[in-house]
Unconditional design. Structure first.
Ligand code: NAD
Length: 453
C-alpha cells in the first residue's frame, strides 16, 4: 500500500502510464470471481491479447482451470487451456497477487439475504482484498449487478481508506455485465459495454480498457447512471415476463394460446418486443436484481410498485403450473398423490447448466408436498445440486429419457426447453405431457396428449 499523495506531474504520469499500458495491450487485467460472468470476460480480454490474472477464492475452480477443465458448459475448456498454455491467462486464489494487475474487474455475486435485502458482503470483501495491495496506477471496475450508488458508498470508501486518492492515484468505474449465458449470438466481446466513471480520468481509462476487448463502449455521465441502467434492463425483463405470465393464465381460461398471440403481436415491426411466459422466473439476475432496486427505493422512502407486482405474479407461476397439472391428472381420474411425474429440465433456461433460482426446484417442492413420485431429466445437470432454499429435496440423479422411462410416467412436465430434448420422441412415448415453454409446438403426432401451462 502506498499512502503518499501524488504531485500534479505524478498524477499526469500515473494516468498517462496506465493509458499507455492499456492502449498498447501491455496492461495486466485482473478479473475477480471466475463464474458465469468472470470467465467469459477473461476469455474476451485474453483473446484480445492482454495477459489476464483470474482470481477466485474457490480453490476447486482454480484447480479445475489449471487442469484444463471448464466448469461452465458454454465456456469451451480447450480455448481456456490454450490461453493458459500461451501464458495469457493464469488462474489463482492468491489475492495478494492483485498488486500485479493494472486493471482489476470485480465479478463477484450479489445475492439477496434471507430477508430479500441486497447482500453486498461479496463486493465489500473484494474491495478489502483490493485495498490490501492497492497501488498507484491501478484501475478498479465493478461489474456485479447492484443498486445505484453502490460503487460510491460500498467500494470507494474502502479503497480511499488506504490513503490513495481516486482520480489521481488510482481510478474507479462501474460497468454492468450483460452476459447472456448460452446465447450463441452474443458473448462478452460482442455485447456493448456501458461505462460510468468516478471522475473523467477513471471513465476515460475504463472506456479505453473495454474498447480494446469489446465491440462498443457507451460512456455515461456517472457511476450511478451505469448502475441504474443495468437494473433498468433487468427490471424491464422481470415486468414484461410477469405481464405475459399473467396474460397466459387469462388467455388460457378463454381458450386462447398465449404463445400464438405473442407470435402474432411480434409481427409488428416497431413498438413491441416479445417476452415469453414460463413456469416462473429463474437465474441469478432477473428474479434477484429488481429487489436491489426496490430495497434502494424503500431506503429513500419511495415505492417500486411494478417490481413488487411483477415479483408477486412470477413467484405464483409454479403454483399455477401445479394447479394445471392437478386438473390434467384429474381428467384422467388420477390425483397428484402417488402419480409418477418427471420434470424435464432443472436448469433455469434453455441449454445452460445453471440451476440458480430455477423454478424447477419450487415445482419439485410443491409436487413432493402433494405426494408425487418425482424424478427428473436434464442432460446439463446430471446430479440435482443442493440448493440453499430447497435443502429438503431428496438426492436425485438425472434419468435418461428412454421409451420405458417415459411410458412409466403418469405425466411429463416440460420445465426447460433444452435443445437436447427430442420433443417428438418425448410426446410419442409419454402418456401425458404438460408443456410450460411451448416446446412441443412443432410436434405433429400425439398432440391430444399435450396440455400447456
Ligand atoms: N450469470 C449471469 O448471467 C449474469 C449476467 C449479468 C450480470 N451478472 C452479475 O454478475 C455478478 C457475478 O455473477 P456470476 O453469475 O458470474 O456469479 P458466479 O457465482 O457464477 O461467480 C462468482 C464467483 O466469484 C467468486 N467469489 C466470491 N467471492 C469472492 C472473493 N471475495 N474473491 C474472489 N472470488 C470470489 C465465487 O467463488 C464465484 O466463482 C453478479 O452480480 C450477477 O448479478 C450475472
Amino acid at each position: 500500500m502506498d499512502g503518499s499523495h501524488a504531485t500534479a506531474s505524478d498524477e499526469r504520469t500515473t494516468h498517462a502510464r496506465l493509458q499507455d499500458l492499456i492502449e498498447t495491450g501491455r496492461a495486466v487485467i485482473g478479473v475477480i470471481g471466475l463464474g458465469y460472468v468472470g470467465l467469459p470476460l477473461v476469455r474476451a480480454f485474453a483473446g484480445s491479447g492482454f495477459r489476464c490474472l483470474g482470481f477466485d477464492i474457490d480453490r476447486s475452480k482454480v484447480d479445475r482451470l489449471k487442469a484444463g477443465e471448464s466448469y461452465i458448459g458454454h465456456v469451451d475448456a480447450s480455448a481456456l487451456a490454450s490461453l493458459i498454455r500461451a501464458k495469457r491467462f493464469e488462474p489463482t486464489s492468491d489475492l495478494l497477487r492483485l498488486s500485479e494487475a493494472d486493471c482489476i474487474i470485480i465479478c463477484v455475486p450479489t445475492p439477496l439475504t434471507d430477508s430479500r435485502d441486497p447482500d453486498l458482503s461479496y463486493i465489500e470483501e473484494t474491495a478489502r482484498s483490493i485495498a490490501n495491495t492497492l497501488r498507484r496506477g491501478q484501475l478498479v471496475v465493478l461489474e456485479s449487478t447492484t443498486f445505484p450508488t453502490t460503487t460510491r458508498v460500498a467500494v470507494w470508501p474502502i479503497l480511499e481508506a488506504t490513503g490513495l486518492k481516486c482520480g489521481t492515484d488510482y481510478f474507479l468505474a462501474y460497468s454492468p455485465e450483460r452476459e447472456d449465458p448460452g446465447n450463441p449470438l452474443f458473448q462478452a466481446a460482442t455485447i456493448p459495454k456501458v461505462v460510468g466513471g468516478f471522475d473523467d480520468a477513471s471513465a476515460a481509462l475504463a472506456c479505453a480498457m473495454y474498447g480494446r476487448a469489446v465491440v462498443e463502449v457507451i460512456r455515461v455521465s456517472s457511476l450511478e447512471v451505469a448502475e441504474a441502467s443495468k437494473i433498468l434492463e433487468n427490471t424491464y425483463r422481470a415486468v414484461n415476463i410477469a405481464l405475459v405470465n399473467e396474460l397466459k393464465i387469462l388467455y388460457d381460461k378463454l381458450g386462447i394460446d398465449v404463445w400464438e398471440v405473442i407470435d402474432a403481436a411480434k409481427s409488428k415491426p416497431f413498438g413491441y418486443q416479445a417476452f415469453y411466459p414460463g413456469p416462473g422466473l429463474g437465474g441469478h439476475c432477473i428474479p434477484v436484481d429488481p429487489f436491489y432496486l426496490s430495497w434502494w427505493a424503500r431506503s429513500h422512502g419511495e415505492q417500486t410498485r411494478f417490481i413488487e407486482l411483477a415479483g408477486e405474479i412470477n413467484v405464483h407461476m409454479p403454483h399455477y403450473v401445479v394447479s394445471r397439472l392437478a386438473e390434467f391428472l384429474n381428467n384422467q381420474r388420477k390425483p397428484i398423490n402417488g402419480s409418477r411425474i418427471a420434470i424435464l429440465g432443472v436448469a433455469y433456461k434453455k441449454d445452460v447448466d445453471d440451476p440458480r433460482e430455477s423454478p424447477s426446484f419450487e415445482l419439485m417442492k410443491l409436487l413432493l408436498a402433494r405426494g408425487a413420485e418425482l424424478s427428473y431429466s436434464d442432460p446439463h445437470i446430471p446430479v440435482l445440486p443442493k440448493m440453499r432454499h430447497y435443502a429438503d429435496l431428496p438426492a436425485m440423479r438425472s434419468d435418461e429419457l428412454t421409451p420405458a422411462y417415459l411410458a412409466a410416467q403418469d405425466c411429463v412436465l416440460i420445465a426447460t426447453d433444452h435443445s437436447a430434448f427430442d420433443f417428438d420422441f418425448i410426446v410419442e412415448h409419454s402418456k401425458m405431457v404438460l408443456d410450460t415453454r411451448n416446446a412441443t409446438r412443432h410436434v405433429s403426432r400425439g398432440r391430444e396428449k399435450i396440455r400447456k401451462a
